[in-house]
Design a binder for this molecule. Sequence first.
Ligand SMILES: [Zn+2]
Length: 405
Amino acid sequence: MEYRRTAVIKLDTPEGADDSLRETVEQFKHCANTASEWCWHGDDGYHVISKAKAERALYDQLRDETDLTANLVQKGIRRAVEAVKSGVERLKRGENTSQPHFSADSAVYDKRSATFHRDHVSLSTVDGRVECDYILPDDSETPPTKYVSDEGFEFRMAHLQYRDGDWYLHASMEKVEADEETPESESKHRTVLGVDLGVNNLAVASTGRFWSADEFNHWRREYEKRRGSLQQCGSRHAHENIESVGQKEYGRFEIHLHTVANELIVEAVENDCSHIVFEDLTHIRENIPGATWQHVWAFRRLYDYVEYKAEEHGIEAVQVDPRNTSKRCSTCGFTHDNNRVGEVFECQKCGYKNHADYNASKNIGLQYLRRRQNADDGGAPVDVRLNRGTLNVSGEYVPPASTEA
Ligand SMILES: [Zn+2]
């Protein structure tokens, strides 16, 4: 059982630290407000709710404009993305909302920008690190002292806040289970969920779960139909109408993509996967025969959703080189054009036969395994999660540990 507490800790700031902290918080707000402005007005007319996308667009600029560390710039952007995301959810429910604005004197710290001790904290600022002692009530049974002094509670992250002339740390603390106290090293065994994206099935996971493209096809047909009828009208407002139909239709389909993304996360969580592996989406239209620009849009959106939702579960979304994932045999590795005919994969060498998209999803997971094997972390073991058991890098099948018949 794991639980969280927020400890509100008053800080004793050393001489001269006040200015550094104020400037840090000012610059943090600048990052958050710049990102909010950009995300709210969006890319091609759509609100941006992908942290990765916002970071790609704004990180360099904000690093130039501020004296903050990389980590604080990133946290500022992410804070804005979270707020824009909530705003978009409110819009979807038909509630009134506007571009988020950050006016409170506050900044977000994690373990890279702060070092949390039991009696003081070291905070990264525009002038380097500043160490502040905690001002804690003596009673060890009262919060925040109760949690701060309890080694069973670990600091996860904190909001630094300025209020009425004083600095406070709103620290999120988490109870750690006895068997979790040993820090999990990087060499932890990894299990990945491979995901194949396609035209007939929107997504297929290496666990054998399929997400059909029916909903997508329906949406696309409706979209084209409405667009077509509006174009026939030929009114001078036709173009604007087409745009607004687009917005509405997109919104509807985005909800479906959220559902698929949530189900993919559940699949990964239930199967104890540390990574969800997709093919590289850069040239996806060329890689998937029959893919339209709507497919490309949907795949990228789906990936963005999975990426940020996965993060909350400590799961990482990654993309791998998609070469040969549809022609390669996930069992013996034999790669040939004739291995795949439509939706059927049949290996011309070993005879392995299965759904082509399912074979591809396993290859996408395996592709990540091969990449990891060449990585410089000592080649921590990685497996691809299948519907029963796992597949290791040599393509050997490992049956599940349970004794179920
Ligand atoms: Zn084969």
